[in-house]
Write a protein that binds this ligand. Sequence first.
Ligand code: GN1
Ligand code: MG
Length: 354
Amino acid sequence: MTQEKLIHTFNQFNHASEYVSHKELVSGHINDTFLIETKEEPFYILQRINHIVFKDVPGLISNKVSVSKHIQKKLSHLSETELKRRVLTFVQAKNDKYYYKDEDGNYWNVMFYIKDSVTHEIVTNKEVAYEGGKLSGDFLNLTSDFDASVLTEVIPKFHDMSFRYSQFQSALQSVSKERLFNAKSLIDRVIESKEEMHILQNLKEKGAIKSRVTHNDTKISNALFTKNNKGLCVIDTDTIMSGIVHYDFGDAIRTICNTAAEDESNLDLVEFNVEYYQGYNKGFLEKTEASLTQIELKYLPLGAKTMIFIMAIRFLTDYMNNDIYYKTKYPEHNLDRAKNQFKLIDSMMAQMEV
Ligand code: GN1
Ligand code: MG
């Protein structure tokens, strides 16, 4: 991506700002994200949405813009400055849409950068876990009256276990001998866990757990905090769709409670931090307890285990498919991610009853 092209793309959006410089933000595995620094604030986030992964980008943009607007309405008592720190605000393109499609077929969107905020790839502070719980809970509350059925399913069956299982089984048919050998023990684990890992999906399909608006990518690096560890805003809302609360609870726990990064290859460093589980759980329940059903509450811990497992099976499947989905930095990267997630489940099970 040349600088000239980036400036050209940025200038397809409605703003009165002058580009000064940019930085690529590299933490995501799917999209390309740039911080655009301007002559005078605000700064912006310019993002290329990966349209191989997200087949209906206009639908995705419509989901996230309409949910942002819904939350903005609900928080309209806040000052404009505060509101822009609490919810993502998207910038319209000159074509009046909230995205711009370039000559190469790439889709771009722009939002305001939320300054004086920090993200955590690894949590090292109990307050961040607690505040993270409040943020996820708030997001679910603020969107609870939004009709989830109008949302586009941006990645069909995204957290559907039987879909992830069938992808895993297809990969098993075509995996190379070498990768099969390297992944054998993890493959066996996936097969052993099949029944338990379908419990939540079965409850969802029976209607025992209701679908609603969920974020679906609540890893802790998708939340912004102040420098004093107060929760500000959830970001990366590309995967907003209809789902169950366990998806959001579980993916947050998966990342908050891991004492190491999700791709740490030294498994001795990967442990499940129960204190952070309790902290997140407390913040989450403070916001949602009154509105969750007994059955939703009962299955939150299994939700955490299931979401760790679903990432394990997805990383493993991608490894068996020769890394076609996630960005990887070295050949065994996806295998290391999968091993890491299984170690996290082992450590969780050694300390908690699920
Ligand atoms: C992907 O691209 P990013 O980092 O926002 C993935 C999530 C995984 C995550 C694991 C669309 O998210 O489901 O939890 O990697 N997003 C998609 O880090 O597949
Ligand atoms: Mg994401």
